[in-house]
Design a protein around this ligand. Structure first.
Ligand SMILES: Cc1cc2nc3c(=O)[nH]c(=O)nc-3n(C[C@H](O)[C@H](O)[C@H](O)COP(=O)(O)O)c2cc1C
Length: 216
């Protein structure tokens, strides 16, 4: 169950929840999550988003094979060479890596996936992404508010054709994220990010924005 309904607290504590219990998630909650998703802004309000709810273990397993292959070939080796991002301790980074590997091995065991797609004839652009990821973020927040864990994942795109074929997407439909959802084994948040002054500038690129410091 959520410990809060405060939107800022929900945002602050919505982290990637990669260790999920296999217990089924009621359809009513999935519907509530997607309903939150489609409240998001999208270009021209054209609503070209489509969402595939996947519960079938055989389909998920077929995709997981590509997801794992991409980990073994690209993501795993890259992790070993990289240092912790801003706001993340070495220990937390090592824990994150272990969680990423865990999700890789158990991807298909998440009780439900929501695959966020866009139906578009033309090649994807930045506008395409801008019209689907707000919906994905709304769904992550809604899941967290309902006490469900979720993670925005895109790694299957390293094997896009193969993964989309396994998902049975028709021509002209592209996937932008697979969001595995389930009841979390661990606790929510807080997220680790760097200080605002390193990424927010005022009037001139590189001049830190320091306004309202106590409330940021
Ligand atoms: C564009 C994008 C792609 C991502 N792809 C994956 C993924 O394929 N697998 C995964 O485990 N996490 C994925 N993530 C989650 C990030 O790794 C996660 O948000 C980041 O490590 C911060 O973790 P936190 O939100 O728990 O603080 C993705 C996030 C974004 C925004």
């Amino acid at each position: 169950m959520p410990e809060t309904t405060d939107v800022f607290e929900i945002i602050r504590t919505t982290r990637a929840m990669r260790r999920l219990k296999p217990d089924p998630v009621p359809d009513a909650l999935i519907r509530k999550i997607i309903q939150a998703g489609v409240c998001a802004p999208n270009g021209g309000n054209t609503q070209r988003w489509r969402f595939l709810v996947v519960k079938d273990q055989a389909i998920k397993k077929k995709v997981q094979v590509w997801y794992k292959k991409a980990f073994d070939e690209v993501v795993g080796p890259r992790y070993l060479k990289s240092s912790p991002p801003p706001g993340v301790t070495k220990d937390a980074y090592v824990r994150q890596h272990a969680a990423v590997e865990y999700l890789t091995d158990h991807f298909h065991e998440a009780p439900v996936w929501i695959v966020a797609c866009i139906e578009e004839a033309a090649a994807p652009t930045r506008w395409s992404g801008a019209s689907i990821y707000p919906a994905v973020q709304n769904m992550l927040l809604a899941a967290r508010a309902l006490g469900l864990g979720a993670t925005l994942t895109t790694r299957h795109l390293l094997y896009e054709k193969e993964a989309e074929a396994a998902l049975g997407l028709p021509p002209g439909v592209h996937s932008y994220a697979i969001v595995p959802i389930g009841y979390p084994m661990g606790k929510f948040g807080p997220v680790g990010r760097g200080p605002l002054k390193e990424v927010v500038y005022e009037d001139q690129w590189g001049r830190p924005f320091l306004g309202g410091e106590t409330s940021s």
